[in-house]
Design a protein around this ligand. Structure first.
Ligand SMILES: [Zn+2]
Length: 132
């Protein structure tokens, strides 16, 4: 016997975000099976504090921010770069390429640009998507 709360968790997992219509659909599904939804609905959400540090993330892409402060210049990881043309901010992980123009405010933005994935997929890939 599947517990109602497990089923709802599964339904929400399937949708992959906290879209209210998904919750409503799952609640309706449960009702149709004669089960009631749990009082508190699972609410997956983004937790910025779980993102890898800029040092960690950029090191994995060959950019060393170790014991650096402010903006440092590195070879761009978004285009074939021969001379360093990308600035990376050591504290926030923000980046801007003076050559190809890519930019973003944090490591999540960088991951999204590298992979072409959406916000939730990137948050999950970086371990910053929390199930409550
Ligand atoms: Zn570039």
């Amino acid at each position: 016997m599947v517990r109602a709360s497990d089923l709802l968790h599964r339904a929400v997992d399937f949708v992959g975000d906290d879209d209210m219509s998904a919750h409503q659909a799952a609640t309706k599904l449960l009702a149709s099976l004669g089960m009631s939804a749990p009082q508190t609905l699972p609410k997956p959400s983004f937790n910025r504090s779980l993102l890898p540090s800029p040092q960690e993330f950029w090191a994995a892409h060959g950019v060393n921010l170790q014991s650096k402060k402010g903006w440092i210049l590195a070879k761009c990881i978004f285009h074939e770069d021969t001379r360093p043309s990308m600035s990376v901010e050591a504290t926030s992980g923000a980046f801007f390429c003076h050559s190809c123009g890519v930019k973003g405010g944090d490591v999540l933005a960088a991951h999204r640009l590298l992979t072409g994935c959406d916000f939730v997929t990137a948050a999950k890939a970086l371990g910053a998507w929390e199930k409550k």
